[in-house]
Write a protein that binds this ligand. Sequence first.
Ligand SMILES: Cc1ncc(COP(=O)(O)O)c(C=O)c1O
Length: 416
Amino acid sequence: MVIDSPKELERLVHEEINKGGVGVNNSGKFGKYGGKYVPETLISCLGKLEAEFYSAIRDAEFQEALATALKDYVGRETPLYFAERLTNHYKNDKGEGPELYLKREDLNHGGAHKINNAIAQAMLAKRMGRTSIVAATGAGQHGVATAAACAKLALDCTIFMGTQDMQKQSFNVSQMKLLGAQVESVEGSFKDATSEAIRRWVGSLDNSYYLSGTVVGPHPCPSMVREFQSVIGKETRRQAMEKWGGKPDVLVACVGSGSNAMGMFHEFLGDEEVRLIGVEAAGFGLDSGKHSATLARGDVGVYHGAMSYLLQDEEGQILWPHSIGVGLEYPAVGPELSFLKDTKRAQFYSVTDQEAVEAYHKLCRLEGIIPAMEASHALAILEKLCPALPNAAKVVVNVSGRGDKDAEMVINRSNQ
Ligand SMILES: Cc1ncc(COP(=O)(O)O)c(C=O)c1O
């Protein structure tokens, strides 16, 4: 089914939202996006995964075990922190401006939001009787989270990572190895590592489990990862109510493939007064050809088993993405975000490498918090956003991870 009319897309988004629950139709599509574009051999395997996922999320015992792991192992809930000095920094001459809050996913075990999903899926794999996990990682945060979850649950773990990313994020490679994972290098970057991890999984479907780190891939991966990350938005709603007795006015998250953004946004999709803002990586600039701004500059196509916006050339060949935030370097984006773009429920902007580095420094100096370079993209949009917002508007920025992994690169860049 191809839906081109904006009105029809709008109707569908409301239908998805009103359904509550995990909010995706039976074929795994968000409007025309998503789906299962995979070889026949994988269909039954994805079917089993889907059945187990829906059964697990309705199973009180699984939910209780997951809630305990999130609390005692991951360290949830993460604070919703009022960033007072950052707020003051963005006030205008009259002393007016929005109030800025940070959702501190950087304080999770492992240093990023990735563990919310990794621990849940590792538990699901165990429930399915799988003994070995394969995964792909870009910045290494998903690799570290998966390796940790596998150690805790006594699962074998193999992480695929691009050679360039291994060099840039060598600290995370060491952590994965310390946590007992086998790290396999793949010529290229995250997209190539993902292809290789899927190939390995397909070679051993009965024993192994492909632990997807973000909201891309064939159904049920986008809905499943989104569901396991939605704890971010649910906590945010509760914490906002406690802190100021209402909802946030604006939510801001960086968009690589989209898991931290969807984790934060999904809870608020039905609250139309809450503005949802995703920030992509403009790299060296949108016209440079060196960026990862898929929603800004991509076209619709199929990649890694799903239909979504993609960075591709006129012949449909995938273009090499670039960002200083390694975790943002992916040529596609989650299908649900493509749907939110077309229906205009969310707005998307992009910031350059340089703007992200400036935001990284700013948060270090003003709040004593070192943000991941990926999250620095979300912080960087505040420069343009804050002057346009009403006084005292409540803005929540998802600090998706901590930035010690990027410190050396940032310091070297400053010394050049
Ligand atoms: C800290 C952090 N934030 C964001 C991302 C981007 O991923 P996603 O868009 O799935 O949240 C990554 C990916 O590695 C990451 O490590």
